[in-house]
Design a protein around this ligand. Structure first.
Ligand code: SF4
Length: 352
């Protein structure tokens, strides 16, 4: 079975069966604009072609294993199962402005092993295929469309390190921004990396208009190394030089993610170090209150809100813009990898 997102295969298939070339556009329109999930319901093409599509193509490779919406209806967490039985996550965040955002996964698990991250504890299970990435987008786009909403933003901030699945990520971004497919603006598709320098350089060349977010989480190598092994290979000065190159080339503000962990990276002196690091740079810092989960054995806890606000105030004194991510989804385990990890732990318990 081929994925319906596989344009090349679909075009070749239509040629092989002597279908007229405009059929491709009709199918594409039915899938991406009318959100038809059942080939039998594509009324614009003949029944014989619908039958052949059913035999050769599939609408999605993912099944929904679990779906949870937060009490305030703003966030929906999706746990998908791949055809090879791996769990991956995506999160829909609805905003009152209609700026609906989807956070997607690009790997099942992650090899980067950040100590605070539930996904990192799963290690790398596999790189997701292009189709598995697009199937997450398709599901969310349809769900929002059914609610009379529209998908506006996509962030590669779910499970995995996108730069380590670069080719699939690149093709996925192209499909997301293609007018006849998901039709998103390049500016509204953001890739988040923990700091894999060679690929950041490539990304700057390939995607001058797309957003870049960096998981910084500490303003010095000592603390960063202790929570993010990637810092051993790409320490801060190397990372910051590559980010400066990105800004010089694209003149775009970079989003710096800073997860606030009590007693680890939240000492007030670090707010001044953070300021030192970013003061001449086009930066937006996003503070993320740590979402405690059982997998760290109680090692980490969340920084009190007043300390996060102090950090924010210090940065603001020096004109560095920052936001604090709202914790509107604690009730659904929406931090990256939490659901998949929980489910895996449960499966292990059940096997015993
Ligand atoms: S924080 Fe990101 S890069 Fe680090 S282990 Fe988790 S998913 Fe991987």
């Amino acid at each position: 079975m081929h994925s319906i997102h596989d344009s090349q295969k679909l075009k070749e298939f239509l040629e092989e069966i002597w279908e007229k070339s405009f059929r491709y556009g009709q199918i594409e329109n039915a899938i991406y604009k009318n959100f038809i999930t059942d080939f039998d319901e594509i009324q614009t093409i003949p029944q014989a072609l619908r039958d052949k599509l059913k035999e050769n193509f599939q609408y999605t490779s993912l099944t929904v294993d679990h779906k949870a919406t937060s009490k305030n209806d703003q966030t929906t967490k999706l746990l998908f199962k791949t055809e090879d039985d791996l769990l991956i996550e995506a999160v829909i965040m609805r905003h009152k402005t209609g700026r609906n955002t989807l956070c997607i996964s690009c790997q099942a698990g992650c090899p980067m092993a950040c100590t605070f991250c539930a996904t990192g504890k799963l290690w790398l299970q596999k790189n997701l295929s292009l189709w598995e990435i697009l199937d997450q987008v398709m599901y969310a786009a349809k769900l929002l469309n059914d609610e009379w909403g529209r998908l506006r933003n996509i962030v590669f901030m779910g499970m995995g390190e996108p730069m380590l699945n670069y080719d699939a990520m690149k093709l996925a971004i192209e499909a997301m921004c293609a007018q006849k497919k998901f039709d998103l603006s390049n500016r509204r598709v953001t890739v988040s990396t923990c700091g894999i320098v060679p690929w950041i350089n490539k990304f700057a060349d390939d995607f001058p208009q797309n957003g870049l977010a960096v998981s910084l989480h500490a303003p010095n190598d000592e603390i960063r190394k202790s929570i993010m092994p990637v810092d051993h290979t790409y320490p801060l000065d190397t990372l910051m030089s590559s980010l400066d190159r990105y800004t010089e080339k694209n003149n775009k503000r970079i989003f710096y993610e800073y997860i606030m962990i009590n007693g680890v990276n939240d000492h007030i002196k670090l707010a001044y170090e953070l300021w030192e690091l970013l003061k001449w740079r086009l930066a937006h810092v996003n503070f993320i209150p740590y979402n405690a989960w059982e997998g760290t054995g109680g090692t980490y806890s969340a920084t009190p809100k007043f300390i996060i606000e102090k950090f924010q105030k210090i940065l603001l004194e020096y004109w560095i813009v920052s936001t604090i991510r709202a914790t509107m989804w604690d009730d659904i385990d929406a931090a990256c990898g939490q659901l998949a990890r929980k489910k895996k732990d449960q499966e292990k318990k059940d096997e015993k």
